[in-house]
Ligand binder design. Structure first.
Ligand SMILES: C[S@@+](CC[C@H](N)C(=O)[O-])C[C@H]1O[C@@H](n2cnc3c(N)ncnc32)[C@H](O)[C@@H]1O
Length: 298
């Protein structure tokens, strides 16, 4: 009977978030639930199931304790090097050409002066990923003041988002950040460093359930636009979904990108097992995908 309720909880979690705890991952579910049951003083999974159904806010707590939040600054440095050295300069050149064209065009069309760049960090955990993206883009842009840069960083875990929004990281977490980035983009104290306000202001953290987006729910209200994005980081998230959900996630990320937009996935998340319309970036030392320019939206 205990395991029947464990099944119910597992199905509920999968239905609400796509997190998959079948096969060998079942032990992870069991282990994490045990801690929650202990904290609540509940005797078994059945008792917890009824508690979950009757207690407002428990679903959020449950999903929070079932997510795996491992992350670190500049995870997969080759991806960040390619972003800094190739992708951002390419985008800056192309958008710059559009601006120059707009100056000489039809006078009834207002000339462009500010260029927009929209980035999504989906499954941003405690913020190291979106802040690494922000620092990299700032390092790379030749004319940062000419850009309206917006990085949307979303996660299912409320506790992660709280840490991310605070933007304070202890010394242990700073190991991967080049020293000159820390000096430029963070403020140190004896125990760690906080992200400077000008970098923090580029990143909007929001509660995001990719499951909702896959079902066609609009982007969370805190976000000032709904898509599409020029660049998406969705790394080390899909490995926690079942393979059928992974295909849906790939399709959804494709929809959220502009034609020619870039998708960064995790090291263990190559897309060759899925149907998709992305090209791999040749010459990069890491996996980065590009949405083909000629995408048919019909
Ligand atoms: C292992 S961390 C990866 C963090 C970061 N992207 C990186 O690669 O370092 C996975 C993150 O995905 C989030 N996540 C899992 N399922 C999600 C969902 N359905 N919607 C949004 N975020 C989700 C988790 O809360 C967790 O913070």
């Amino acid at each position: 009977m205990g395991d029947a309720y464990l099944d119910k909880i597992s199905e509920f979690v999968s239905h609400q978030s796509r997190l998959c705890f079948s096969g060998h991952k079942r032990e992870i579910l069991r282990h994490r639930l045990e801690s929650r049951l202990k904290k609540l003083g509940l005797a078994n999974y059945a008792a917890y199931w009824y508690y979950l159904k009757q207690t407002s806010g428990e679903e959020t707590v449950l999903l929070d304790c079932l997510t795996t939040n491992e992350t670190f600054f500049f995870r997969n440095t080759d991806q960040f090097s390619h972003l800094r050295d190739v992708i951002i300069p390419d985008i800056e050149t192309l958008r710059g050409q559009d601006v120059v064209k707009s100056w000489g065009g039809n006078s009834r069309v207002p000339a462009l002066s500010i260029m927009k760049l929209r980035v999504l960090s989906a499954g941003c955990s405690t913020g190291e990923e979106p802040y690494s993206i922000a620092m990299t883009i700032l390092e790379s842009l030749r004319h940062p003041k000419a850009w309206d840069l917006e990085i949307i960083a979303g996660d299912l875990s409320e506790s992660c988002l709280k840490t991310a929004t605070e933007g304070y990281y202890e010394n242990e977490k700073l190991k991967n950040i080049p020293d000159h980035y820390i000096d430029k983009y963070m403020r140190r104290d004896a125990d760690g460093a906080v992200i400077r306000e000008e970098v923090r202001n580029l990143v909007s953290f929001t509660h995001l359930n990719l499951n909702g987006l896959m079902k066609g729910v609009a982007f969370p209200g805190a976000v000032s636009f709904s898509a599409p994005f020029d660049i998406i980081f969705c790394r080390n998230v899909m490995i926690y979904f079942s393979s059928s959900c992974q295909q849906m996630l790939v399709d959804m990320l494709h929809r959220l990108l502009v034609p020619g937009g870039y998708l960064f996935t995790g090291d263990a998340e190559p897309l060759h097992l899925f149907d998709h319309d992305f090209e791999t970036i040749k010459g990069a030392k890491c996996l980065i995908y590009k949405k083909t320019e000629m995408t048919d939206y019909a």
